[in-house]
Structures are given as C-alpha cells and as structure tokens.
Design a protein around this ligand. Structure first.
Ligand code: GTQ
Length: 352
C-alpha cells in the first residue's frame, strides 16, 4: 500500500514558487509534511544508549571538587541522549541525571511542578526529605518527589552517594506549566518521623477516615529495595516467567492501584539467570538502571552489555529483549502512565 500518507507530492517549479510566496505569511503546505507528521509508526529522535557506570564514575566524583551542592543547587550530570544533545533530555519526554552528594552536604529545599524520582545507585545514609520527612537511601531504593512537594537532600553517612534522577521535565516544558521555587529555609523543618509514609500507607492499610493530601500521587514515597527484591525473588520461584519481561512489577500508588505519579511509572524487573526475554516494544520509552546482575539488552540492531549501576535507555517503539547471565534486577521508569491516561498506549509482543 503506498497510497496517500506514504508519498510526498512532487515539488514542481510552480509549487515551489507558491511555497515561497505563502512563506511570507508564515504559512506552509501540509501536503509537504503530512507523511512525516502522520508517520505510520512512532518515530523518535532519541537513540538507544548505555552509560557505563565504571566509565562515568570518575567524572561524577570529580564534580565534587569543582562545585558545592550549595552553588550547584543540585550536583547532577544530566544524561543526554546522544542524538538530542543540549536539550537536557534522555528521550523526548524524559529527563535523567546522576546526582552526587558527599557526606555532610545538603541540597537546599525547593519545589517544582515537574515530578522526580530517585533510584539509588551507590552509597548509603543520604536522604531525601519530603515536607521534612526523611527517607534514608540504600542502593536499589526508589524515592519519589511528586509535583510541587517541598524536598531537600542531605547526607548523614560516610561515603559518596549517587542516585539516578528521573524527571518529567521535558513533557512539562513542552506543555508549558513549569514553576519552581526555593523554600525560605535551606532545610525544611523536621516533618513526620522517618518511615511514616511507609507505615501509614505502605502496609495494605490506609488510615481510617483520612483524606489523602493528593490523589494523583502515591502517599508512599519510599520503596526500599529490601522489599521489592524479596517480592521479585519469591515470584520468580512461584510463578511462570513472562516470556517478554521475566518478572516485572510496577510500583503503585496504594490508594488507587495506579502509577506512582501521573507522569512517571516505576518498575522493578527480575530476569533470572540464563533467561532471555522475547522481543517487546511499546509506545512508551524506558530508562533502565541495573540494580544487580549482568547481562545484555538488544535494542533495535544494537546489543548493550550491562552490569550493576549502568543506565540505559530504550526509546519509543524500539524492539528490545533482555538476557541475564545471573539473576538481574532491573529498575526502570517510563512515560507509560501518560500514554495510558491519554489512550495512546500500544505494545507489541514478539515480532508479529
Ligand atoms: O534533586 O530536586 O536532576 O530539582 C534536576 C532537578 C534533580 C532535585 C535533578 C532537580 C533535582
């Protein structure tokens, strides 16, 4: 079938002349671009890519000698998609960065309309405080900072702490409503005790009669790896593996079973030792961080070897499959919730 959408009309001299004349009025012919605007399948500017942690770690550590958290606001190296350099994004809709905080440092309290998640890559005993409630970090933990909540980071431990930041900045910028503000105090006054969010909302119970502050975002903001790891390990023993994902679980908002935040879905996946998944693709893009294990992921035509702490990106609609050498725990985040909410989500299992 090569009717309509696939074929661009010939640019005759008369047409070219006409395009020149309407150009003055800031108008252009749809028929020259409609085949691109309405391509048959998703087209992305982004390229599959992997950041090898051992390769980038020295540069990340060097940043601590060059700039303080105070001066930087947030000491982050943005992971820029190689074919989208200068746009501070890892895909059209997603932002990712590696943030470093050294023992004793703080990163001042602020809030912004873009939502953020942190996936802990290395180190121990740094924290994110949400409205003054601290969540202490261990590798593999997930911490959320939903839209417009006050948050600051600090470090009560002994070794550098690095986490992967995932934000929806590109999509919020695209739609327009970016707001940000510093808190009047560098450090937010102490809030609820450590762990309160998990105790109140994360044990399959909700406080009787209480109204949640916010229904769009999970009231739980700390998802420790100790728990997600155990869940996935148990499931891998007790259930058949999904041929396309191994065992893949979504972190949820316990108040409604929905995604952790309306723009960012968060997932933990176990690809057991020796297992290879079948090819899968979706309209959503995926940013992966390897919590444990080694293996490889083929994305489109390319195969990326990974190990603990590596980050890689699967852009929209790229076929991909994973293979693990030992039990691999893969964290990922995605813009899937937006596709779901707006009715755009599609996926394809296998090469059908
Ligand atoms: O930690 O609040 O990577 O505000 C980018 C913007 C992290 C943060 C980023 C931010 C933060």
């Amino acid at each position: 079938m090569s009717r309509g959408l696939d074929t661009k009309p010939e640019t005759t001299n008369a047409r070219a002349d006409y395009y020149g004349r309407i150009d003055e009025y800031n108008m252009a012919p749809l028929w020259e671009v409609i085949h691109k605007l309405l391509a048959r399948e998703p087209v992305t500017e982004a390229t599959p890519y992997l950041w090898n942690y051992d390769s980038v770690r020295p540069s990340l550590m060097e940043s601590a000698d060059l700039i303080s958290t105070e001066e930087a606001e947030r000491r982050v190296l943005v992971l820029e998609n190689p074919t989208m350099r200068g746009k501070s994004c890892i895909t059209e809709a997603l932002y990712a960065g590696l943030q470093l905080i050294m023992p004793g440092e703080i990163a001042a309290t602020h809030r912004h309309s873009p939502a953020a998640l942190r996936f802990i890559v290395e180190g121990s005993r740094a924290y994110t405080a949400i409205d003054g409630e601290k969540a202490y970090m261990e590798p593999g933990d997930l911490i959320l900072t939903p839209s417009w909540v006050w948050h600051d980071h600090g470090h009560d431990g002994e070794v550098p702490v690095v986490w992967l930041d995932g934000l929806d900045i590109p999509m919020v910028r695209f739609m327009g409503p970016v707001f940000a503000e510093p808190h009047p105090e560098e450090t937010h006054a102490e809030g609820n005790p450590v762990g309160a969010n998990m105790v109140r909302y994360g044990a399959n119970m909700l406080p009787y009669g209480a109204r949640l502050r916010d229904e769009k975002n999970s009231p739980v903001f700390h998802y420790p790896f100790a728990r997600s790891r155990e869940v996935l390990s148990d499931l891998a023993k007790s259930q058949d593996l999904d041929p396309y994902h191994g065992v893949k679980m979504e972190f949820v908002n316990p108040a409604n079973g929905g995604p952790t935040m309306p723009t960012l879905g968060t997932y933990m996946q176990l690809v057991p030792e020796g297992f290879a998944t079948e090819t899968y693709r979706s309209t959503a893009a995926w940013v992966y961080s390897v919590a444990e294990g080694t293996g490889r992921t083929t994305i489109g035509e390319e195969t990326f070897e990974w190990g603990p702490r590596d980050t890689f990106v699967v852009p929209a609609w790229y076929p991909h499959s994973h293979e693990a050498d030992d039990d691999a725990f893969l964290f990922s985040f995605s813009d899937k919730p937006v596709h779901d909410t707006l009715g755009w989500f599609r996926e394809q299992r296998g090469n059908a």
